[in-house]
Every structure is written in structure tokens, then in C-alpha cells.
Design a protein around this ligand. Structure first.
Ligand code: FAD
Ligand code: FES
Ligand code: FES
Length: 1295
């Protein structure tokens, strides 16, 4: 109601941080104010009594004054689409409220719970580094600020002459004055100080919130309501209610009960009240560690180690220790430590209390404990460790930061004093059974034994037997999880050996190191604009994204921020739970009884055509009798509110007759389930090529799919205009025209009745190119039927389920090569998992166009198959098949090198394209800069020295290995569908001289509008401040291509230039007449002379058009080139890896805006890093997506940035094919992240060599911790063999 739209909703499960706000409360016991960051999405309103909530709007605004936290993220280019920005701003703000001069480490911790999908994080950290003690804040000597020096060019006069390295000037930042912050509301302070004991009770529609004032009352209420949930942080209960449809009629909140939050220092340990937050617990334990003798704090250190990687700060600030224990999750991170340490719990009910040991008797089953319903957990006693006791805790998760565990473990050993003989041993594991378990058999076997190699051997054999798992176990990763128990024990074994001062060989020491992130550092290098360039000419300058300030203050308007219409309704989708089935019946009777329901929509309600799709119309708006994937849209419910619509949608019952689904690529191959056409590109004589080859190798690779994870999910607001079938739609889409035509088709009206408007998107990445119409057509049909505005913003889990992602690929190849490493023949076949419709699956063509990546292969054949499966249709995603095509190429390139015993870099360089070479599709490569990028990357990265250092490191370390890889990319620029290579623009000059630009492209964070203003500013010769872009709409520029294929600056820039030149021509006579006049004078004169001050521009890319039949014609207007060198370190025992360094050299032509271009390079690189090393979509064998939110699907976080990151834009590389000699940049750098994958593969090779295994091996993408660990074959993996395929039904399948 207050219109505060700054706080964003990205997931509703505490996993993205977009909703971060600062909560403040007055603590009566300490008489101090407590400020802390919290996730608004999980904070129950009732829990905010006496709490002040500060949202991003509360600290500054563009109209008033930006807070330094807002200003610095904007000016440092840390905001692209801006959807994550308010959350990041508030995390930083909350940190500064507690600590005005934080260290970098504090900042990194503060951002553990925030995700950004656009920026690559680096600029955010750079901007905020200015708050740390490490920066002079613009008061430095040389360039005004020390940051400019940190970012400084490497020594070398040439660089200092025309190369710039700072993208912002910290000296321009407003100073930060911590004394000037918003104060805690005095009314709340008075209320908090004078609070009289009284209980609170809030009644809602379905629940009652009781907040009693004393422990007695609390226990009486629990007696009365044994099923009541005790809620402190709501981080478990909130997720259960939202995503597991749990209903808890009574909630008991212990906020007012001092006993539950008390911390008591006892003789033998510390007692924490069950409602103590994890953050508070960490503070107390840290103080204890600092003040107590080290031998007493082994347990505390183990708890702190677990807390370090427990969720993000926002969760730890509110979540309670009791909540973690009582949830009894088998992957709780704290319960294993508490069990291994022998903690005691105090349980209490109205009749009294009792103390119990926290052992495996406490957990009685999956998420069940020994507590009686009327009991609560009062406190936990964490003991001091004994003199001869050693404790360690371990957590292994797919991502280090803010992730749930795969396996979590804690181990405690006590020795007979003065000996190395085990007196007591507790080995506790999470993730190995439905509860946290103790490996009792193993522990018992080891008691009385000396701590040595024999004990290790026995422990491993015994544990491999005791910690077994059913091959179908939920969560999968069976071999990995089993191996981890042994590997982690081995780490513990070595750590204890060290602590006992027994001999640990130096090559094993690194296995005992506890991971501490290093503060990242970065360098950005780009060419300065030519000396003498007019100050008003902003082309080539690193100007800030035009919306960055608004994004940082929360004032930027996204689709769902459009204010509510008075009579607006909300829509919720009804989707299929079966992958392939006939619909037998739909029963809405239960849903009809839900309050607020207005109507249902099914296929029969569509007034126009139910046909939908992209280039091929092979889809329906609403399912017509048959469903072909889980998530297939069957219908919709419209209700008065979002909650009502969603509840009603869940109450609709559907009966199905199931059919055999095809889920995986292998199943599609077996059943020959393919879409047509099957594409082939062939050149040279394959047979002859193989004949002349010295060696022939065959191999294969699977590349997993990827979720777009734009922070803003799909959203549409449809507003009927009331006459002639007119409909106005606000949509978060990259394709307004496509949306317009499909909506018009569904409504049965001509396209001229439908207007689609796009202000900005909170990220797109290809995911909002075609799949947005799934929602917008249904919403439009509902609005049309009801003649009322209808809105829907998908929840994150719905969005992930329904809208598809990057195509998973399977590649098979046969490669022929000479002894030198030169590749002479390649036969490669690609299979892409397209899902249940064609959509934009021409991506397989782009995979073929990139099958040789950057290498000359004279005899080549590539074939591309599109698998028709019963998965939600996969779609465009940054790179559009190119990355998958190139990934397979780098795989065979690595195989070739490995089989010859040569360095992959030597073989890559040898095969690199040179000027004049022609591609398999017969395009001659002119203006090629690959070799320049390669050479610069090799020298900037210090590849040779690194290689030597890595080899030495690997010789000295058995259980951690380092690896390095240099990978090039060549990316074709143009839509592969010829007709899409066109763009339009409309430019108005108003009589006050202000200019309004409209063009066909949409803004999704990539800075397109900013670049377009730069272009118009140069062409018109006026300052950019006179130019504005409001939105993209189908009634201003018609028939637009989607903003995609990296080509939007090229196409729209040229169209705008055309329009601006037309206008300039019209103004020429007035300039000539009044040469000393101003822009405004000329404009006014033209107007009074009745000259039109509005013009259309148009552009089509010349000289392109490729024909598959004849393998001729120009497929691409030009190519973007780049090379990256990455170095990693893997932990062979756990499979974790660290990204140590990456150096990127990218050819972006003459950059239109180096800040935006470097932002694109880094953002794409980080997205590629996710694709190739981290992000895994899990599907059940029945085609159900199991990973539907940030809790289970991990995109890269702040901690994944390479510790050293250098991005250099190639100098003196003008491109004569695009606007102002620039080049496209959105997609090409993504593939460079494969350098990290191949560096990992290099490191794994070193690990395998220790076990005597050499030569090529298969490593599928992503190189997840599981794959890395399993590939590092050793004595531990051998004890945990894989169950034989076909003998069990796996939890998830490789699709
Ligand atoms: C984004 C995210 C990340 C997370 N990351 C991790 C992680 O890394 N590691 C991990 O282990 N967990 C993680 N969790 C799980 C969760 O945060 C923890 O389990 C947390 O400690 C729960 O505390 P809470 O106060 O929020 O619990 P609530 O949701 O308030 O309550 C949880 C349950 O405990 C019961 N309960 C609470 N207190 C008592 C009491 N005194 N007596 C009896 N019953 C009680 C409640 O009835 C309820 O059933 C994560 C959760 C989220 C949303
Ligand atoms: S929306 Fe709250 S954390 Fe994602
Ligand atoms: S700018 Fe961070 S998600 Fe877009």
C-alpha cells in the first residue's frame, strides 16, 4: 500500500537475498540497539513487534540523496539489471551500521546470502572496498585514490600511454559519515523500554500466532496445543508452509522468554537457550575461543567452522540453534558436531524438565526426535573439550557459500593420557541416513588402538561397510557420499596426527588445511578514448548504466512494480504433474470452494487460437487433452489475491492416463525421437583425413543444462482497454513483438489491438526470449475473459519448472591427428535435449557452427540431432548452443594432447585459426584477432611461470592438485535465422531540445539503453543528458526481433544512427543559417518552419545468409574473439575446487562503453563458470525437476570469483561491421569459463597420475565436486564401487 517496491522477491525461500532488509530492535538486557540484515521473505509480520524495518527506500533516493552504499554500487558499475541490487545494498548497509570500517573479510561474509546473476560480483566488491580500511576513499596521492593504483596498469610505458585501468573514480564518491544514519524510531524505543509484561496474540485466516510473556505460560500453551510449532527464525517453518503446503494452525513464538535466549557459562561448558540465534552463538563462541585455553575450545572451534558455512548472514541472524536441532534434518550442519561432542539437551514441559544426551537415540526417524509433543527444547549444553580430546567438523556441499550439505561430519577422539591410544571416538555423519548418525561399529573397533596407519586401514574398511547407502537413495551421489565419509575421516586422521605431533609427510599436509577464502583482487584494462575526443562525446567512455542509481535506491520500476489497478485480479497456473499423459478429468470442485476464486480457464476458454510456439507452432496455450511434460500448463485460476489463486490452483484435481515418457537423450536416441531437420555441416574429405592421420581417437561427453535464474521471474500484467478488443500488456520479455503476435492469436484479434510494453527486466539471458509467452498469453486470455486487469508473477519454483533452460547436450566424436598434434579430421555428432516442443531449438545449428571452436580442421563433418523428450521445452540461453558446441571441441583437443603427452596449450596454439583460413561453413576469416588475444593472454597470465609452479606444487602435494588451461573462443555474430537480422528505431526531438529514443531492443541489465543513448549523443552531437529512453513498446517500433544473439547494439544502434542522421539532415539548414546557435535554437527554428522532428530508422545486416543445403553463403556478419587462462586448485579428497586466477583477453572492437563491456565479460564468465563447474539440474527418471530454487540449484556466489581476475579488452581492434567499430559482447565471453573446467581436468590428471592412471578420461560437465572426487581415483574410491547400472532406479538421471 505504501508503494515500497524496492525490496525484491527473488525466491521466497531465503536463498537469494533480493529481499534483504535491515531489522533493528532495542535489547532491554544489554540496553543496546541491535541492527541486523534479514530476509523479508521469511520474516513473519507478527515477529516484527517492536522491531524497526529499514528497506532500501529508507536510506536514500535519487530525488533526495543517495546513501553512499547506494551511490558506490551504482558508480562502480555493480548494478546491471538491478534486481539483486537493493538486497545487496541492504546487506552492506546493515554491515556498516554495526561496523563502519569493515574489513574485506567482513564484507565477503555479509554477502554470503546474496546472489547476483548479472555482474560477476567483482564490481560490487570493488565499489564497496572503498568502505574498508583498505581504501583511502579518494584521498590518495597519485590518481586521487588508492583504488586507481590497485587497478593500475602493469608496468610498461605503452600501457600507461593509451590504456586505462580504472572504471570509476572513488574521489567522486560522497563521503560516508556513520553519524548521519536514520535513527531508531523514538516511539519504538519508548515502547521497548517501557514494555509491561503482556502476551501477544494475532489471529489470521488459517493460523494463530501466540507470543507469551513467561516460560510458564509458554509451556502451558504448548500443553494445550501440542501440535503447535515453535517459531524463532521461521527459516524452516516458512519454507515448509510456502513450498510443502504445510498448515500450522497455532504458532508459538518464544521472543519474550528470556530463558530461551539466555547464555550461561557453566563449569564444564556453555549453555545456550534454544532460541539463541546462530549469529549470537557464533559471537559467544568466538569470545570463548579467544579467552579460554585452546584445549578447552576444540568443540567450539568445530561449531564455529560449521557456522562459517551455514546459510548466509541473513539466515544466521534470525535462525535459532534450537530450530536446527529440532528440525532434525539429516543434513543439519550442527547436529553432527553436537552429537560427536556429547552435548546435552534440556527438555521441558509444564511438569518439569529433564536432561538428555544428544546421541543417536535422540533422532528417532526422518525429521523426528524423542521430544514429546507437549515438550520443548529449553537449551543445549556445549561442553569444553578435554585436554586429550580433538574435534573436527566438515561440511561438503556443491557450493561452498550458503548451501546445504551433501555430507556433513564431525569427529571427536579422546586419547588415554600420555599415549596415542584411542580411549573414546565418536564419528558422526549427516547425509548418510534419514537421521544424523554415529558410525558406532567403526568407532568401537578402533577404541584401544594406536592412532596410526593400521587404524586408518581398519577405519576405512569398516566405515565403507557401515556407511553404505541404497543406490536409489534420495539425493543420489551414492559413491561420492560414501567416499566422502572415508575421505573426511582421512582428513581427521591426518589432523589428529599433527596435533599429536606425530609424523605427517609434507605432501599430505595440504589435506589438513581448513579453507579460508582469499580476498579477491582484479585488474581491468581497456583502451582510453583518443586524445582530443570531445568531452560531450561519451562513446568509448565507461559511463554508468543509466538506471543504476534508481536500481540502487529501489526506485527503478520493474513489471510487477506497476501499481495495482483498482479491480485487478491475480492468476495462478495449473500445471501437469506427469511427463506424458492423457488428461482423463479435471475436477475443480474443491478449488471452487476456496475463497476469492473468480474463474477457471481451460483450453475451451481461448477465444482465438490455442496454437503457440516459436518458429514452429507446435505448442498449445493450454493443454488440449494431452500433457507432454511435468509443468505443462493445463489451465489457470483467477482469484482476488495471489494467495487465493495459488491455493485454489493447488486444490484442482486432475486424473491422468500415463504414457511412457522419453526423458533422457539416451532414451531419445534409443527410440529415435528426434525433431526435423537433422542438420549436417561437412567440408573436406573425411575418409582421406582419417587415412592420413597418425592417430585416431574416439570420445564422448555430456554437458548438463542450465537454469537461467534471472533474479526477476516471469511476470505479466494484462489490462483490457475496453474497446475494439484492445489489450495492453506489461511484460518482462526480451521479445515484445513475439508476445504481441501470440497474444493477438490467442485473443483472436489483429496484432494492432495488442500493445506490449517493457520498461526493464530483472535479467533475461535468453530465458525471456520465447518462453515468456507461456504466461503472457494465458494472462491475456484471462483479462480478456473477465474484462479486468490480471497479473501473475511466477514463483521461483514454478518458473524453474515450467520455462525450460539451456539444452543439455551429448557429443560423440572421432578425431584424427598427426604426431605433431595437428588435427586433420573430425567427425562429431551432437544431440541436444530439446524437450516437448521445438521452440528455439535451432540452437543445435549454432552448436554446429561452433563445432571446431577456434581451430582449423580441414576435413570435418558435424551432425546435429534435436531430441524430442518429455521435458519442459528448452530454449535460448546466452550462447545459444555455441558453448555446448565448443565444449565438445575442447574435449577432443584435450584428448589429443593427453594421448600425445603434450601440453594442451601447445596443441591448441598449433591448430589455432589464422587470417585467411575458412570455417567448415566456408566463411573466410578476415580481421581475425585470435592470435593476438592468445599471445596477450599467455603473457598477461604469466602462463609459463604458472605452469612451472603448478608442476612443482603437484609434486609436493598428494591430496591437493593444481591445474591450468588456456582456452580460446570464436563466436559468430548474427541471428542464424536471416530475417531476424533487422531493427527499427524511432527518434523524437521535442521543441525544448530534449530527445526521446525508442528502439526495438529491450533492457535487461546489459546496458543496451545506455549504449543507445551514447550512440545517439554522438550522432546528434548533443550531451547524453538531453536524451531519454522510456521503454520498449510494440506501438512505437513494430515488428522487432527479440533482444538476443548479442546483436542488439549492432542492430538497434545502426537503426538509431539512421534515424538520427535523418533528423540531422533536416536540421542542417537551420544550423547553416545560425551557425552560432544552440541545439535548442535549431530545433525550435525547424519546428516553426514546420519540419518534422520525428524520424524512423531502419537497419538490416548486409551480406549475410547461409544455406545448409549448399554449405555456402555468409553465416555471420563477423566473429568476436577471446582467450582465457585459468588456474585452479582441487581438493582430491572432497572434490571442492578453488578458482585461483583467471586472465581474459577479449576483442570487443572499439568498445562503446568499457564499463558495460567489461561487466558483460565478467558476468558472462561467471555464468559460464556456473554452467561448467557448478549448476546441476536434477530430474527424476519420471521427468520431474527436483531442483526448483536456490536451495537446491546453485549459481555462482560472491565466493566463486577467481581470487585474481584480470580482464583486458584487446587494443586497436576496430570492427568495420558494427556501429562505431564496436563488437557484440553479450554471449561470446561465456565460453571462456570452460578454461576453469579444463584447468580442473588438468588438476585431476595430476591426481590420477598419483594412482598410476594416465591418458584421456571422460569428465562430463559440470565439473561438480562429485565428478571431481570420483575422477580422482584412489584407495578410498576403490572401497566404494558404483552399483551396477540397471540394477536399481536412480534418484536422478542425466537428461
Ligand atoms: C536459505 C536457507 C539456508 C539454510 N542453510 C542451512 C545450512 O547451511 N545448514 C543447516 O543445517 N541448515 C540450514 N538451513 C535450515 C535452517 O535455517 C536451520 O535449521 C535453522 O537453524 C532453523 O532455525 P529457525 O529458528 O529458523 O527454525 P524455525 O523455522 O523457527 O523452527 C524450525 C523447527 O524447529 C522447531 N523448534 C524450534 N525451536 C524449538 C524449541 N525450542 N523446542 C521445540 N521445537 C522447536 C519448530 O517447531 C520447527 O518445527 C537453511 C535454511 C534456509 C532457508
Ligand atoms: S526472496 Fe528472500 S531470499 Fe530470495
Ligand atoms: S544486477 Fe544482480 S541480478 Fe541483475
Amino acid at each position: 500500500n505504501m508503494g515500497l517496491t524496492g525490496t525484491k522477491l527473488g525466491c521466497a525461500e531465503g536463498g537469494c537475498g533480493a529481499c534483504t532488509v535491515m531489522l533493528s530492535r532495542y535489547q532491554t538486557h544489554t540496553k543496546q540497539l541491535l541492527h541486523y540484515a534479514s530476509n523479508a521473505c521469511l520474516a513473519p509480520l507478527c515477529s516484527l513487534h517492536l522491531v524497526a524495518v529499514t528497506t532500501v527506500e529508507g536510506i536514500g533516493s535519487v530525488a533526495r540523496k543517495l546513501h553512499p552504499v547506494q551511490e558506490r554500487i551504482a558508480k562502480a558499475h555493480g548494478s546491471q539489471c538491478g534486481f539483486c541490487t537493493p538486497g545487496i545494498v541492504m546487506s552492506m548497509y546493515a554491515l556498516l551500521r554495526n561496523n563502519p570500517t569493515p574489513m574485506m573479510a567482513d564484507m565477503e561474509e555479509a554477502f554470503q546470502g546474496n546472489l547476483c546473476r548479472c555482474t560477476g560480483y567483482r564490481p560490487i566488491l570493488e565499489g564497496y572496498k572503498t568502505f574498508t580500511g583498505g581504501c583511502c576513499g579518494g584521498r590518495g596521492q597519485k590518481n586521487g585514490c588508492c583504488m586507481s593504483n590497485v587497478n593500475g596498469a602493469q608496468n610498461g610505458s605503452e600501457e600507461q600511454i593509451n590504456v586505462t585501468t580504472s572504471l570509476f573514480n572513488p574521489a567522486e564518491f560522497a563521503p560516508f559519515d556513520p553519524t548521519q544514519e536514520v535513527i531508531f524510531p523514538p516511539e519504538l524505543m519508548t515502547l521497548s523500554k517501557d514494555r509491561k509484561p503482556h502476551s501477544l496474540c494475532f489471529h489470521g485466516e488459517r493460523m494463530t500466532w501466540l507470543q507469551p510473556d513467561s516460560l510458564d505460560e509458554f509451556l502451558n500453551l504448548k500443553w494445550k496445543h501440542p501440535d503447535a510449532r515453535v517459531v524463532v527464525g521461521n527459516t524452516e517453518v516458512g519454507v515448509e508452509v510456502k513450498f510443502k503446503n504445510m498448515v500450522y494452525p497455532v504458532i508459538l513464538a518464544p521472543t519474550f522468554i528470556p530463558e530461551l535466549s539466555a547464555v550461561t557459562h557453566a563449569e564444564d561448558g556453555i549453555v545456550f537457550g534454544a532460541a539463541c540465534t546462530l549469529s549470537h552463538m557464533a559471537v559467544v563462541l568466538r569470545q570463548a575461543v579467544e579467552s579460554l585455553p585452546p584445549h578447552k575450545t576444540e568443540v567450539f572451534l568445530a561449531v564455529l567452522e560449521q557456522l562459517r558455512w551455514f546459510a548466509g548472514v541473513q539466515i544466521r541472524n534470525v535462525a535459532a540453534v534450537g530450530g536446527n536441532i529440532m528440525t532434525a534434518s539429516p543434513i543439519s550442519d550442527l547436529n553432527p558436531v553436537f552429537m560427536a561432542a556429547g552435548c546435552k539437551l534440556t527438555l521441558v514441559d509444564k511438569d518439569g524438565s529433564r536432561e538428555i544426551q544428544m546421541d543417536d537415540g535422540f533422532f528417532t526417524g526422518y525429521r523426528r526426535t524423542a521430544l514429546q509433543p507437549q515438550q520443548i527444547l529449553l537449551s543445549i549444553h556445549i561442553p569444553y573439550s578435554k585436554k586429550v580430546e580433538f574435534v573436527s567438523a566438515y561440511k561438503q556441499s556443491p557450493r561452498r557459500e550458503d548451501d546445504i550439505s551433501i555430507v556433513t561430519a564431525a569427529m571427536s577422539v579422546t586419547f588415554t593420557p600420555g599415549t596415542d591410544v584411542v580411549e573414546n571416538l565418536r564419528l558422526s555423519f549427516g547425509g548418510m541416513a534419514p537421521t544424523t548418525v554415529l558410525a558406532k561399529k567403526t568407532a568401537n573397533r578402533l577404541i584401544g588402538r594406536p592412532w596410526g596407519e593400521e587404524l586408518l586401514e581398519e577405519a576405512c574398511n569398516s566405515m565403507a561397510e557401515e556407511m553404505s547407502l541404497d543406490p536409489s537413495v534420495p539425493g543420489g551421489m551414492v559413491t561420492y557420499r560414501r567416499t566422502l565419509t572415508l575421505s573426511l575421516f582421512y582428513k581427521f586422521y591426518l589432523t589428529v596426527l599433527q596435533k599429536l605431533r606425530l609424523q605427517v609427510t609434507s605432501d599430505c599436509l595440504s589435506a589438513t588445511e581448513v579453507y579460508h577464502p582469499e580476498t579477491p583482487s582484479s585488474v581491468q584494462i581497456y583502451q582510453a578514448v583518443a586524445k582530443g575526443q570531445n568531452q560531450d562525446d561519451v562513446v568509448g567512455r565507461p559511463i554508468m548504466h543509466l538506471s543504476a542509481m534508481k536500481q540502487a535506491t529501489g526506485e527503478a520500476v520493474y513489471c510487477d512494480d506497476v501499481p495495482l489497478y483498482e479491480n485487478e485480479l491475480y492468476l495462478s497456473l495449473i500445471t501437469s504433474s506427469k511427463a506424458h499423459a492423457r488428461i482423463l478429468s479435471i475436477d475443480t470442485s474443491g478449488a471452487e470452494r476456496c475463497p476469492g476464486v473468480v474463474c477457471f480457464l481451460f483450453a475451451d476458454d481461448i477465444p482465438g487460437s490455442n496454437t503457440a510456439g516459436s518458429l514452429k507452432f507446435d505448442e498449445t496455450v493450454l493443454a488440449d487433452g494431452e500433457v507432454t511434460c511435468v509443468g505443462h500448463i493445463i489451465g489457470a485460476v483467477v482469484a482476488k489475491t495471489q494467495l487465493q489463486a495459488q491455493r485454489a490452483a493447488k486444490a484442482v484435481r486432475i486424473e491422468y492416463e500415463e504414457r511412457q515418457p522419453v526423458i533422457t537423450i539416451q532414451e531419445a536416441i534409443a527410440t529415435q525421437s528426434f525433431y526435423q531437420p537433422i542438420r549436417t555441416i561437412q567440408k573436406g574429405d573425411l575418409e582421406l583425413g582419417f587415412k592420413h592421420a597418425d592417430h585416431i581417437l574416439e570420445g564422448e561427453m555430456h554437458i548438463g543444462g542450465q537454469e537461467h535464474f534471472y533474479l526477476e521471474t516471469n511476470v505479466t500484467l494484462a489490462v483490457p482497454r475496453g474497446e475494439d478488443g484492445e489489450m495492453e500488456l506489461f511484460v518482462s520479455t526480451q521479445a515484445p513483438t513475439h508476445t504481441q503476435s501470440l497474444v493477438a492469436m490467442a485473443l483472436g484479434v489483429p496484432a494492432n489491438r495488442v500493445v506490449v510494453r517493457v520498461k526493464r527486466m530483472g535479467g533475461g539471458f535468453g530465458g525471456k526470449e520465447s518462453r515468456t509467452t507461456l504466461l503472457s498469453t494465458v494472462v491475456a486470455v484471462a483479462a480478456n475473459k473477465l474484462k479486468r486487469p490480471v497479473r501473475c508473477m511466477l514463483d521461483r519454483d514454478e518458473d524453474m519448472l515450467i520455462t525450460g533452460g539451456r539444452h543439455p547436450f551429448y557429443g560423440k566424436y572421432k578425431v584424427g591427428f598427426l604426431n605433431s598434434g595437428r588435427v586433420v579430421a573430425l567427425d562429431v555428432t551432437y544431440y541436444g535435449n530439446a524437450g516437448n516442443s521445438m521452440d528455439l531449438s535451432q540452437i543445435v545449428e549454432r552448436a554446429l557452427f561452433h563445432m571446431e571452436n577456434s581451430y582449423r580442421v580441414p576435413n570435418i563433418r558435424g551432425r546435429g540431432f534435436l531430441c524430442r523428450t518429455n521435458l519442459p521445452s528448452n530454449t535460448a540461453f546466452r550462447g545459444f548452443g555455441g558453448p555446448q558446441g565448443m565444449m565438445v571441441a575442447e574435449n577432443w583437443m584435450t584428448d589429443v594432447a593427453q594421448s600425445l603427452g603434450k601440453s594442451p596449450e601447445e596443441v591448441r596454439r598449433l591448430n589455432l585459426y589464422m587470417k585467411g583460413d575458412s570455417t567448415p561453413f566456408n566463411q573466410v576469416l578476415d580481421q581475425i584477432t585470435l592470435d593476438r588475444c592468445w599471445d596477450e593472454c599467455m603473457s598477461r597470465s604469466g602462463y609459463q611461470q604458472r605452469r612451472i609452479a603448478i608442476d612443482l606444487y603437484n609434486r609436493q602435494n598428494r591430496w591437493t592438485k593444481r591445474g591450468i588451461a588456456v582456452v580460446p573462443t570464436k563466436f559468430g555474430i548474427s541471428f542464424t535465422a536471416l530475417f531476424l537480422n533487422q531493427a527499427g528505431a524511432l527518434v523524437h526531438i521535442y521543441t525544448d531540445g530534449s530527445v526521446l529514443l525508442t528502439h526495438g531492443g529491450t533492457e535487461m541489465g546489459q546496458g543496451l539503453h545506455t549504449k543507445m543513448v551514447q550512440v545517439a549523443s554522438r550522432v546528434l552531437g548533443i550531451p547524453s543528458s538531453k536524451i531519454h529512453i522510456s521503454e520498449t513498446s510494440t506501438n512505437t517500433v513494430p515488428n522487432t526481433s527479440a533482444t538476443a544473439a548479442s546483436a542488439s547494439s549492432d542492430l538497434n544502434g545502426a537503426a538509431l544512427k539512421n534515424a538520427c542522421e535523418i533528423l540531422l539532415k533536416r536540421l542542417e539548414p537551420f544550423k547553416a543559417k545560425n551557425p552560432n546557435g544552440t541545439w535548442e535554437d535549431w530545433v525550435k527554428a525547424a519546428y516553426f518552419d514546420r519540419v518534422s522532428l520525428s524520424a524512423n530508422g531502419f537497419y538490416k545486416t548486409p551480406d549475410i545468409g547461409y544455406d545448409f543445403e549448399t554449405n555456402s553463403g555468409r553465416a555471420f556478419s563477423y566473429f568476436s574473439y577471446g582467450v582465457a587462462c585459468s588456474e585452479v586448485e582441487i581438493d582430491c579428497l572432497t572434490g571442492s575446487h578453488k578458482n585461483l586466477s583467471t586472465t581474459i583477453v577479449m576483442d570487443v572492437g572499439n568498445s562503446l562503453n568499457p564499463a558495460i563491456d567489461i561487466g558483460q565479460v565478467e558476468g558472462a564468465f561467471m555464468q559460464g563458470l556456473g554452467l561448467f563447474t557448478l549448476e546441476e539440474l536434477h530430474y527424476s527418471p519420471q521427468g520431474v525437476l527436483l531442483t526448483r530454487g536456490p536451495g537446491s540449484y546453485k549459481i555462482p556466489a560472491f565466493g566463486d570469483i577467481p581470487t585474481q581476475l584480470t580482464v583486458s579488452l584487446l587494443r586497436d581492434a576496430p570492427n568495420d561491421k558494427a556501429i562505431f567499430a564496436s563488437k557484440a559482447v553479450g554471449e561470446p565471453p561465456l565460453f571462456l569459463a570452460s578454461s576453469v573446467f579444463y584447468a580442473i581436468k588438468d588438476a585431476i590428471s595430476a591426481a590420477r597420475a598419483e594412482s598410476g592412471i594416465t591418458g584421456p578420461f571422460r569428465l562430463d560437465s559440470p565439473a561438480s565436486a562429485e565428478r571431481i572426487r570420483n575422477a580422482c581415483s584412489d584407495r578410498f574410491t576403490k572401497l566404494c564401487p558404483l552399483a551396477e547400472a540397471g540394477t536399481f532406479i536412480p534418484w536422478s538421471v542425466q537428461v
